[in-house]
Design a binder for this molecule. Structure first.
Ligand SMILES: Nc1ncnc2c1ncn2[C@@H]1O[C@H](COP(=O)(O)OP(=O)(O)O)[C@@H](O)[C@H]1O
Ligand SMILES: [Mg+2]
Length: 584
């Protein structure tokens, strides 16, 4: 950053020197007697040992030429430097933003939508950098060169320069003041409309199946139009306003020079006496005007994009300071777990929720047992699981692992014990291997562990015999289609890859048909009593073999015991088993 500012200042200095050197050159060309009449120039000539005026002129010309080349060379260099600095900034800010989002507590993801986060990282950062930060740097650069030029003009001709500078500057300032409100309004509206658009597009493409079935395509197209029109309008204002004053200013300043010449000629005065001055103003105008124009354009652009910057700043301040040593969870030792995990009086309410999702739940899960959580939809099963996973923060009650409470400090260490299979498995467009060793960089994948996990998930035979490239087969959105049962088993293999002591399945088989579910559950049977298995299930057939079943009702444990015990003791359990069995 410091080097950049040094470059900016040096460029400004060279530009000024270039302009300054043209003046004596033009003066001498216009009037060769000038040297003899000017004591300063005579002194310089004597000092440098240049005797005749002809070589003096040539020297001056060469000097002016050199300064011109150097000035423009540095200006080009500086502008490239500014762009590069911006691009680097873009890179580092999006990285920090992604970090800020990823390290957020999971609870915040419940209330934020992912298309917004996505957009922020991929688009808003870019916008902010190239529409706020680079313009700001450009404004600084232009300001430096404008100031040095103004200084030069003031030195040469104080009164006239003050007038010219005040007029040009005042004109721009006036336009800016007039446009400021519009620009602010426009910037905010643009941002809002853009976000609206992103929401519509992600909804339309995300729900494409339902939309097609209901024949609602036109609905989304219609909804797209209005914000899209506002975005287009906003872009127009944002781009046009900064450019507008330029045309008028060009007329005013160059017109002024022409008028001055006409005035001198008309009044019969000698044009050669004002020639250097006119040159100075032509050049200064030529240099100063674009600077002023760019300062104006930069500031209006910043105004336009400021709302986006403010939004990002708020998110960026969340960015955690992660030291490289805690970055990799695999270096943290798992929390010892040999006896049991217990919940004691756990109560949880979602942010913004108006009743408790879990209400004073206490339960005990012995190590290497298989337990099931059953209950109606909305009874709190997933909430309980997410608390156990450490995704939701325990505020009331405690989770104890071998009697050690799980807290913010040791949560990561507890999570190292846990494998999790959600209801819908996210498959990336990648090979089977990489989908099983999910999130592990390719160099660090343990292929033996991948295969072992696949075997445990009853997937190995399928991969070897039926997929064209075995473990290297690309699956996912653009890859080989796989069935729902295989998808879930990839999820199980993924959870097993790190060989966790605890395996949690939250309705992992609910979307499967009975036969496929049985195949998946069979894989679980192989692990019974080797790992602690917690199954959340809808269908009672899948929990029959559990060592203990917890029946949840409205956030409370309504009953617990083995399948047979519950069938005998709980009317609710009986009723539910009847209902769910009927419905398949
Ligand atoms: N993100 C959320 N925000 C607010 N309330 C939620 C959220 N997720 C779940 N709930 C509420 O918490 C209760 C328990 O939900 P959940 O644990 O998902 O039930 P289950 O998994 O048994 O179907 C429900 O009443 C549900 O409405
Ligand atoms: Mg659930």
């Amino acid at each position: 950053m410091l080097a950049l500012f040094a470059c900016i200042l040096f460029t400004a200095f060279l530009e000024m020197a270039g302009v300054a050197s043209i003046m004596p050159f033009m003066a001498v060309v216009a009037n060769p007697g000038f040297i003899q009449n000017n004591s300063v120039m005579l002194e310089i000539g004597r000092f440098l040992g240049i005797a005749d005026s002809r070589s003096y002129v040539i020297s001056l010309g060469v000097l002016a030429l050199c300064l011109l080349v150097a000035g423009n060379f540095f200006a080009a260099f500086t502008s490239a430097f500014v762009v590069r600095t911006g691009a680097r900034l873009n890179q580092s800010i999006s990285h920090r933003l992604l970090a800020a989002y990823l390290y957020r507590p999971y609870e915040l993801f419940l209330t934020d939508n992912s298309s917004r986060l996505n957009r922020n990282i991929l688009h808003e950062v870019y916008n902010v950098v190239f529409q706020v930060m680079t313009p700001a740097l450009n404004v600084a650069a232009r300001l430096a060169s404008a100031c040095s030029l103004v200084l030069l003009m003031l030195l040469v001709k104080p009164v006239l320069s003050t007038f010219v500078v005040a007029m040009l500057g005042g004109f721009y300032a006036m336009i800016y003041l007039m446009a400021r409100k519009i620009l602010k309004w426009n910037g905010e509206r643009y941002l809002k409309s853009n976000r609206e658009l992103a929401g519509i597009v992600s909804e339309a493409l995300g729900g494409v199946k339902e939309i097609k079935v209901f024949g609602r395509e036109f609905e989304y197209l219609d909804r797209f139009d209005e914000p899209a029109r506002r975005v287009a309008y906003g872009q127009t204002i944002g781009a046009v306003v900064p450019q507008m004053p330029r045309y008028l200013m060009e007329v005013i300043s160059f017109g002024g020079v022409i008028l001055l010449v006409i005035l001198y000629l008309a009044t019969g005065r000698e044009i050669t006496t004002v020639m250097p001055l006119i040159t100075l103003y032509a050049v200064a105008g030529y240099r100063l005007m674009p600077s002023l124009q760019q300062i104006f354009a930069g500031i209006t652009q910043i105004r336009f994009s400021l709302p986006a910057l403010n939004l990002l700043c708020a998110d960026l301040t969340e960015a955690p300071q992660i030291s490289p040593t805690d970055r990799d969870n695999s270096k943290i030792d798992p929390l010892p777990f040999n006896e049991e995990v217990k919940l004691e009086g756990v109560t949880y309410r979602y942010p913004g929720g108006n009743s408790n999702a879990l209400d004073g739940v206490s339960l005990r899960i012995p190590a290497n047992s298989t337990v099931a959580l059953v209950g109606e939809s909305g009874s709190g099963k997933s909430t309980l699981v997410d608390l156990l996973l450490g995704l939701l923060k325990i505020r009331d009650g405690a989770v104890l692992v071998d009697n050690i409470p799980v807290t913010g400090e040791n949560i990561v260490s507890w999570q190292r014990n846990v494998g999790y299979v959600p209801q819908s498995i996210f498959l990336s467009d990648d090979t089977i291997t990489r989908n099983i060793a999910f999130g592990v960089s390719s160099g660090q994948i343990d292929h033996a562990a991948v295969q072992k996990a696949a075997e445990q998930a009853n997937l190995h035979g399928f991969i070897e015999n039926e997929l064209p490239d075995g473990y290297g087969t690309v699956i996912g959105e653009r890859g080989v289609r796989i069935s729902g049962g295989q998808r879930q088993r990839i999820g199980i293999a993924r959870a097993l890859y790190h060989d966790p002591k605890v395996l949690i399945l939250d309705e992992a088989t609910s979307a499967l048909d009975g036969i496929t579910e049985n195949a998946v559950l069979e894989a679980m049977q192989n692990l019974a009593h080797k790992k602690t298995i917690i199954i959340v299930a809808h269908r009672f057939s899948s929990v029959r073999n559990s060592d203990c079943i917890f029946l949840l009702d409205q956030g409370k444990i309504a009953a617990q015991g083995t399948y047979d015990e519950l069938m005998g003791a709980s009317a609710m359990f009986r009723a539910m088993s009847g209902v769910t069995d009927d419905n398949g």
